[in-house]
Every structure is written in C-alpha cells, then in structure tokens.
Design a protein around this ligand. Structure first.
Ligand SMILES: [Zn+2]
Length: 132
C-alpha cells in the first residue's frame, strides 16, 4: 500500500492481516562531543550544574578532560536558582466587625471558561470573619 499526498508518494506500508506496518528506514540521531577542548564552565552546564569541586574531582580522576581555571566558576543560572524571594510582611488589620476590611484577589484569563462563561475569578475575603 502506498500513501500519497498531493500526488506525491510520502509513505509505503505493508499489511499483515488487518494490521498495516510502515515500510521505512529508521535514522538514528548522532551527536559528537569533543571533550578535549572543553572548559570547566561547559562541563558544569553539560552535567546539570554540579558544584565546581565536583568537576575538578572528575578532571583530577581523568573522567573529564578540561582546563581548570584559576578564577572561581561563575554561573548566573546557579546564582538565580539559589536566590530566595522575601515573603510579604504580615499585615496588621484591626477589624472589629464584618466588612471592616476585605482582601481581594483577581485571577485570569483562564484557558477554559467557567460554566457561566467567565474567564476571570475574583475572591473577596472578609478580614474579621474570614468568610470568602
Ligand atoms: Zn550553574
């Protein structure tokens, strides 16, 4: 069986009983890595950002061939990944009755509409009763 698209043959398939199988060659992707000219930073990125000492140990054991730098490894991704966000300070609200103070949050646009067709959601929380 030959499958054609726009008058051009694109695939050929054989048939065994009720099952069709594709007649094609499988191409195996290949990559070539030159490890002799690589430096520590490149190996740091290749190995998933390990500590610099780990890479130096691999170089010392001969597993990785790289030229060691005298300067410490500086990786922006590692610095950003280890940074933390500061939490919001706790608010002091002295609400003495319902609706003295309300917290609200607006979220949207949702990829899926709500049953009523809405794309955004708003929550309002009463500070005194904590009712939503
Ligand atoms: Zn890194």
């Amino acid at each position: 069986m030959v499958v054609s698209k726009g008058g051009k043959e694109v695939m050929e398939a054989g048939r065994r009983g009720s099952l069709y199988y594709l007649l094609a060659e499988v191409q195996v992707p290949m990559a070539q890595v030159n490890s002799v000219t690589s430096d520590v930073r490149l190996w740091h990125m290749r190995l998933g950002h390990p500590a610099e000492g780990s890479i130096k140990e691999l170089v010392r054991k001969g597993v990785v061939q790289a030229q060691l730098d005298k300067q410490p490894l500086q990786c922006e991704e590692c610095v950003l990944g280890k940074s933390k966000k500061l939490s919001f300070p706790k608010g002091k609200h002295l609400s003495t009755q319902p609706l003295d103070y309300a917290h609200s949050d607006l979220w949207g646009h949702a990829q899926v509409n709500s049953i009523g067709g809405g794309k955004s959601y708003m929550t309002i929380i009463d500070d005194f009763s904590r009712k939503i």
